[in-house]
Write a protein that binds this ligand. Structure first.
Ligand SMILES: Nc1ncnc2c1ncn2[C@@H]1O[C@H](COP(=O)(O)OP(=O)(O)OP(=O)(O)O)[C@@H](O)[C@H]1O
Ligand SMILES: [Mg+2]
Length: 135
């Protein structure tokens, strides 16, 4: 249970240093579930203190953390996976310190080793989220 934005960010912050270099994480959960908020925490955990915004309009964004690049992809508006492969997604993931893909269901089969984390609202508690590892 994650009570509020701050604890969501904290979880990301604690988790990031435990991830192996080159790891890809898929983040799922409905609009506003807090995927980007969690991503901000992961960035903080890699020592990157600038703002991590939602990459919805850019499709992907790269942040230079002291530990290497953090790749943040929002696949919400991607109609065909090819769009991202043409942007060299596979190489970017391989060379990044950590990669995060929001709304990446259509890539799950292509990256079978990547864990899938799901953020869910909790009924009646607007500031609480639950995080589950679904793969
Ligand atoms: N646990 C929480 N309780 C209340 N508000 C939260 C919580 N986590 C995030 N928020 C707020 O909800 C809004 C949406 O969060 P965020 O952008 O992280 O969601 P998202 O899952 O990335 O959404 P999208 O699918 O649109 O990319 C933000 O304004 C954020 O501050
Ligand atoms: Mg988001």
């Amino acid at each position: 249970m994650l009570n509020g934005e701050t604890s969501q960010r904290q979880l990301g912050r604690r988790l990031a240093p435990l991830t192996p270099p080159g790891m890809l994480l898929f983040l799922e959960g409905e609009l506003g579930a807090g995927k980007t908020t969690f991503s901000q925490g992961l960035a903080l955990g890699l020592g990157f203190t600038d703002l991590v915004s939602s990459p919805t309009y850019a499709l992907m964004q790269e942040y230079p953390t002291p530990q290497g690049r953090l790749l943040h992809v929002d696949a919400y508006r991607v109609r065909h996976p090819q769009e991202l492969y043409e942007m060299d997604l596979e190489r970017l993931v391989e060379t990044a310190r950590l990669s995060l893909i929001e709304w990446g269901e259509s890539f799950y089969d292509d990256f079978p080793q990547a864990p899938v984390l799901r953020l869910e609202h909790v009924a009646g508690q607007p500031d609480v989220r639950q995080m589950l590892r679904v793969r």
